[in-house]
Design a protein around this ligand. Structure first.
Ligand SMILES: N[C@@H](CCC(=O)N[C@@H](CS)C(=O)NCC(=O)O)C(=O)O
Length: 302
């Protein structure tokens, strides 16, 4: 059984970001496929309510959000670094551009383009996720603007590659390549007409082929039941608390995303730093687990 269990689904763009990082690092990992819409009982048994994809599990440690997943991959498996030029702070900051700004443009173009072909069950699920109407018809009206935005974002990637370099920061691929790539992969795979958006980014298609050819490392399939068994029969890591959170140490807290999918996860604060928050919780099916979140984009409430 591989050490890294990755809760994902194949069409998930944020999962593709991490799959590229797993490929850069040449890691072996277990794909635990989760449903595309709620309910996701086997996922929330591990996370305590967090429903977004992807989630990484290593024994009884559960890592939510691609931001923290890539940070933890680099910490545990430093070989084939995700930061070939150093610059790890900038590379993580660059993720917020791709995860928030470029991703929202990609969503509007794809679902505005698909219009009434989007299944009603998906529309209802994503409305609940975002807390407002997920309305492909309204997105259609925004498509011209979003396409202009997407062309401009894609041009930034092309500018970066214009001196003939193979990857965004030089000869070797890293996190910024995964960040830049996954939304374009999403556009290509979910809505092929969006391919035209790369017309004005001459260096992007060949770079995309290079990133694609990195692959995803060695993938195995693991059942959701087996992943729960591993959590239940393992011990989570212990952590330390940042001094500014000292008053909350060992207290019951709630952690929630601040953008969408804001379901709060409750448990005892057992770890924190400028980069993460960790809470311990018990679950009848997963046993004692520690659930880790990035600090950026997540609120901590007592
Ligand atoms: N900031 C999160 C965003 C994750 C996200 O939005 N994931 C999408 C799938 S790619 C999602 O969870 N959609 C709702 C769902 O799958 O239930 C991350 O970086 O992991």
């Amino acid at each position: 059984m591989p050490e890294i269990l990755f809760h994902q689904y194949d069409s998930s763009p944020f999962s593709e970001k991490v799959r590229v990082c797993l490929g850069i690092k040449k890691l072996t990992w277990g794909a635990v496929d989760q449903p595309v819409i709620m309910p996701k009982p086997d996922l929330v048994a591990l996370t305590g309510g967090y429903r977004r994809i992807p989630v990484m599990q290593i024994d009884a440690d559960i890592y939510c959000d691609s931001q923290l997943i890539v940070r933890e991959l680099e910490r545990r498996y430093p070989e084939h670094t995700l930061f070939p030029q150093g610059d790890c702070g900038l590379a993580h900051a660059n993720a917020l551009w791709s995860d928030r700004v470029v991703f929202q443009a990609a969503v509007a173009i794809i679902f505005g383009g698909l219009g009434d072909k989007v299944p009603a069950s998906f529309v209802a699920d994503r409305s609940a996720l975002s807390g407002r109407a997920f309305d492909p018809a309204a997105m259609r009206a925004a498509v011209p603007h979003m396409e202009a935005q997407m062309r401009a974002h894609t041009a930034l990637l092309s500018d970066q590659l214009a001196d003939g370099r193979a990857y965004l920061t030089g000869d070797l691929p890293g996190l910024v390549d995964a960040n830049g790539y996954y939304n374009l992969w999403f556009l290509r795979s979910a809505f092929p007409p969006a391919e035209r958006l790369f017309d004005s980014a001459p260096f992007v298609p060949d770079w995309m082929e290079r990133v694609k050819s990195i692959g995803h490392g060695e993938r195995m399939e693991v059942s959701r039941e087996a992943a729960l068994d591993i959590a239940r029969t393992s011990q989570p890591m212990t952590g330390t608390i940042a001094s500014r959170d000292a008053l909350l140490e060992g207290k019951q807290v709630a952690v929630a995303a601040d953008d969408y999918g804001r379901d709060a996860v409750r448990g005892m604060l057992v770890g924190s730093s400028e980069h993460h928050l960790s809470i311990r919780r018990e679950d009848p099916r997963a046993g004692e687990v520690v659930v880790h979140f990035p600090r950026i984009g997540f609120s901590l409430q007592s």
